[in-house]
Design a protein around this ligand. Structure first.
Ligand SMILES: Nc1ncnc2c1ncn2[C@@H]1O[C@H](COP(=O)(O)OP(=O)(O)O)[C@@H](O)[C@H]1O
Ligand SMILES: [Mg+2]
Length: 267
């Protein structure tokens, strides 16, 4: 039997707002992600995707409901979780090597060991030769690779990725997606990936979760039974890919429209 890595049980998140009614960002959100799976969450902007990731990482406490990570209830910030955001968190004054080492040093890993591990990850993300460069000397794609190395170097079992490639140009993005898939295939991490791009979600994932416009609920879940290994460029012209896209978009479209018209945003 496969093991559940992430489990959300009826998560509701209400934010207090000064002088206004509390705002319900998430309402009764339940889903689980099995270990080693790649699952994406799509939904209109403001449907609570980032909030969901913060709750899983223990950065936010939900108003009600429970979160389990690797069989343990989440309370407080989780250390076995890697987070990647749209904006990278590189220290501009540190070299690539020092940036990748930083998390390990913070975790009290001895310097030589941290250096060896960092160098290994810099190599694995294809940045050998750039160890002593500074972030400003790197392209957007290279900075993403540094972020990836920074996230993977301390060996988290779960990766939470919040629109990590949204700010990249299309070609760089395709490249990074393929590299992420290759790494994932090799490492067998559990990935929960947020994106507003349905094509990206389908191309990468084993499953796509569609969320409703605010308050965010799970609207539907789709198994993506496309063969692996995948090339995100080739897969988009696959007939079954296009069928899945149409099917899921029909669901997602209504939510995007609802979110734009704001008809449900006050509930
Ligand atoms: N700390 C907060 N206080 C009040 N409202 C918040 C807070 N964080 C998020 N929200 C609101 O909750 C909703 C969901 O936010 P978010 O999870 O960032 O959405 P998404 O990532 O899907 O675009 C948004 O309407 C946002 O304005
Ligand atoms: Mg967000």
């Amino acid at each position: 039997m496969s093991q559940v890595q992430i489990r959300l049980e009826r998560i509701t998140m209400r934010f207090r707002r000064r002088g206004q009614e509390p705002f319900t960002a998430l309402q009764d959100v339940s889903f689980e992600v099995e270990a080693g799976r790649f699952v994406s969450v799509v939904g209109p902007s403001g449907c609570g995707r980032s909030t969901t990731l913060s709750i899983i990482a223990g950065l936010l406490t939900p108003t009600s409901g429970e979160v389990w990570l690797d069989g343990q209830p989440v309370s407080g910030v989780q250390t076995n979780v890697g987070f990647m955001f749209q904006r990278d968190a590189l220290f501009p004054w540190k070299t690539v090597l020092d940036n990748v080492m930083a998390g390990l040093i913070f975790r009290k890993v001895p310097r030589q060991k941290a250096r060896d591990k960092a160098l290994e990850w810099i190599r694995r993300v294809g940045l050998s030769g750039f160890e002593h460069h500074y972030p400003y000397q790197l392209s957007g794609g290279m900075r993403k690779r540094v972020s990836l190395a920074q996230t993977l170097v301390y060996g988290p079992q779960t990766l939470l990725m919040d629109e990590p490639f949204s700010a990249l140009d299309v070609q760089t993005r395709d490249l990074m997606e393929n590299e992420l898939l290759a790494l994932w295939q090799e490492l067998r991490k559990t990935v929960l990936f947020i994106t507003h791009d349905l094509e990206e979600a389908i191309a990468l994932s084993d499953e796509v979760i569609v969320m409703t416009a605010a308050p965010g609920r799970v609207k539907a879940r789709y198994a993506i039974d496309l063969p692996r290994p995948r090339n995100v460029l080739d897969i988009r012209t696959d007939l079954h890919f296009m069928q899945l896209y149409e099917q899921i978009w029909a669901d997602l479209r209504d939510e995007v429209m609802a979110s734009h018209s704001g008809i449900r945003s006050t509930s």
